[in-house]
Design a protein around this ligand. Structure first.
Ligand code: 4LM
Length: 406
């Protein structure tokens, strides 16, 4: 393939030559747990890393290698590791890089299970977890020390859409022992490439936009070859065993082929939905990187290609009214996860972020009345109509209650 082929073309072709597989348009699925050796010597050499023979699917398969090369290429990195889930990617990476006595500095807001892994998991093993508002990179300068081994953040953050400046943070971690790890799930490499901005590692829940159809659970760690080798042969092989399945490899390879087309539509639909919500009298607050009055609008313009497909908002600033609104939706599904073709809505405080106590939700800037919308690929007018009728239903209900009270 030519060197300068574009993202869209690489997402479809990179690393695969149909001629080598009987012309098969799609790569074979290696439905196997193990690989036979021609001799004990060949097996022994494979175990010593002296040949490239496949050994056992916990360590990788040919189609997994293709998927890993392709996603690494799209992120602008040397190497990648596919895992059985986003949490498998995060835990495999952290277990590989951290020892008792080390410190992790994490942004204030994290996906619920990532927070739980740090707060209820790693902390028990003598790892110090420090939360820091990384939206102001100066805060990191004050906190980082020789003990800091990982600086970790999501941007935009799940669920409140705070953005952190990857380039500014990378400048600070560059000359330290700390690795800057960015969870790029919300953006995908189509919208944002943290490695090119200076991050050391990227993690993904491939369950979301990369798969794109809500039919699999998977993850990635992406970065330099040496670190990735440690994460594969220690973090994944021995510590988590979080191995991706053969079918999920095939589904993500398929998902990647349409990533750019889907992301463009997610983004344009979300922009229209965000404007609708922003103009609606019943909606008290909208958090969306594409709105000019959004706190992180300028940063979004700097490091994201487009504003993405995720919106957070509050209805009348009230948890009860918000819940009532969700219950009135007819087409939009109340479900966790995101990045699917279907528009999904959920209430983080009682669902994805219920791993935080009520006090922790406040401390970590997650409003109890926040709703999270993953804008899908339906006709945008139908999405807006459904939101509109549900908003009107709760507003009618409130008028009846206030009239009755009077
Ligand atoms: C959700 N999220 O938010 P697996 N990183 C981020 C995520 O949003 C998630 C993971 C990692 C949701 C799941 C129910 C930013 C997950 C973890 O679910 O292990 O693939 O990814 O709705």
């Amino acid at each position: 393939m030519k060197k300068d082929v574009k993202f869209q073309t690489r997402a479809i072709h990179y690393g695969y030559d149909a001629k080598q597989f009987h012309g098969s348009l799609n790569p074979p699925i290696y439905m196997t747990s193990t690989f036979a050796f021609e001799s004990v010597k060949q097996g022994a050499m494979a175990f010593e890393g002296e040949n490239s023979h496949y050994i056992y699917s916990r360590l990788g398969t040919p189609s997994q290698a293709l998927l890993e090369q392709r996603i690494a290429n799209l992120e602008g990195a040397e190497a990648a590791l596919a895992t059985a889930s986003g949490m498998g990617a995060i835990t495999s990476a952290f277990w590989s890089l951290i020892e008792p006595g080390d410190e992790i500095i994490a942004d204030t807001t994290l996906y619920g299970c990532t927070f739980s892994f740090l707060e209820h998991g790693l902390k028990k093993f003598g790892v110090r977890i420090t939360y820091c508002d990384l939206t102001d990179s100066d805060n990191l300068i004050k906190l980082i020390s020789a003990k800091t081994k990982i600086v970790y953040g999501e941007t935009p953050a799940n669920p409140n859409m705070r953005l952190i400046d990857i380039q500014a943070l990378a400048k600070i971690t560059k000359d330290t022992d700390a690795k800057l790890i960015i969870d790029n799930t919300y953006c995908t490499p189509y919208l944002q490439r943290p490695i090119e901005l200076g991050a050391d590692l990227v993690v993904h829940s491939a369950t979301k936009y990369l798969g794109g159809h809500g039919d699999l659970i998977a993850g990635f760690v992406i970065g330099d070859s040496e670190t990735l080798e440690t994460i594969r042969y220690y973090g994944l092989k021995d510590m988590t065993g979080s191995v991706i399945s053969a079918m999920d490899i095939a589904l993500i390879l398929r998902g990647l082929k349409t990533l750019h087309v889907r992301m463009d539509r997610h983004c344009s639909n979300a922009m229209k939905v965000a404007n609708f919500l922003n103009d609606h009298p019943q909606v008290s607050k909208v958090y969306f990187p594409g709105l000019p009055d959004f706190e992180y609008y300028a940063l979004a313009k700097k490091q994201m290609l487009k504003a993405g497909g995720m919106i957070a908002f509050e209805v009348d600033g009230s948890r009860e009214v918000g819940e009532n609104f969700v219950n009135h939706l007819q087409m939009i599904l109340c479900a966790v996860s995101l990045g699917d073709t279907e528009t999904l809505i959920q209430h983080p405080a009682s669902m994805t972020h219920s791993t935080y106590s009520d006090e922790e939700l406040v401390k970590h800037l997650i409003s109890p009345s926040l709703l999270r919308l993953s804008v899908g690929l339906e006709d945008v007018d139908d999405i807006i109509d459904d939101l509109d009728q549900a908003l009107n239903s709760v507003s009618r209900g409130m008028k009846i209650i206030s009239n009755t009270a009077a």
